[in-house]
Design a protein around this ligand. Sequence first.
Ligand code: NAD
Length: 261
Amino acid sequence: MHRYRDKVVVVTGAGGGIGRASAIRFASEGGSVVAVDFHREALSKTLRIVKDAGGDIHGVQSDVSDVEQVQQYLQESVSVFGGVDVLFNNAGIVGGIGPLEDLDEKTFDDLFRINVKSVWLGMRFAKPIMTERGGGAIINTASAAGLTATPTLMGYGASKHAVVGMTKTAAVEMASVGIRVNCICPGIVSTQMIQTIEDKFVSLGLVSSADQYQQAYSDRTPLKRYVEASEVAALAAFLGSDEAGMVTGETSVIDGGFLQS
Ligand code: NAD
């Protein structure tokens, strides 16, 4: 498939599990990819993998929660590739894990700065660039935790509910300039973020091992396993493509049926 030929796709959190899989996917479909992450080594690894596979990719080391750095990565996308057609606002952190009274103020603020403000900033500054190009598509990574209660993840869950809400508002506001806005709500995806959660559950004595956490979650999931990062990437590649031309304001759940069970 070459759905992204002549398209410029910006992926944030491109050094992480979902972001890297998505950069690989967009590039494999012919897109020119701008990979954004504040973690230099992780970003370099993504660039290397995509380049080795013959993909077109440019990296920008950037903090997506900083207003000037957001403007800079978008401007760099314009100067290197000529514009922006798709923005995948995907960078995020999980923050504190534990009962709500243990969540400290700094972690709460960090969660909203990195998971929420960054998404608004990306949309805010991509809008004029995409408008000039005649439209585009924005995909925000929310979470199943943005749709339901997630005990021990109060701050994270709140931040992802905010992403779902911002997606709906942005979709309605930006339709007139031809920009579609959707979000993806993954269940558990096997990435570094989930290893952090598994390790914390082990250290809290809630499970005896990471394997036990995975087994328990998989048992409760109708399709009986974690989501793969490449499966989230495939969904993002659909939502950003012209094939999804009438899809906007949608929350696309990819969780193996977990939320229905
Ligand atoms: P990950 O930890 O593998 O990747 C996250 C990436 O974001 C990292 O490379 C990190 O360096 C980057 N990042 C964090 N803060 C940043 C900042 N301020 N500026 C720039 N880059 C920053 O995790 P992942 O699982 O790939 O997560 C990607 C997204 O998916 C996140 O928004 C996460 O909340 C969401 N999500 C993950 C899961 C899961 O189970 N893994 C489930 C639902 C939603």
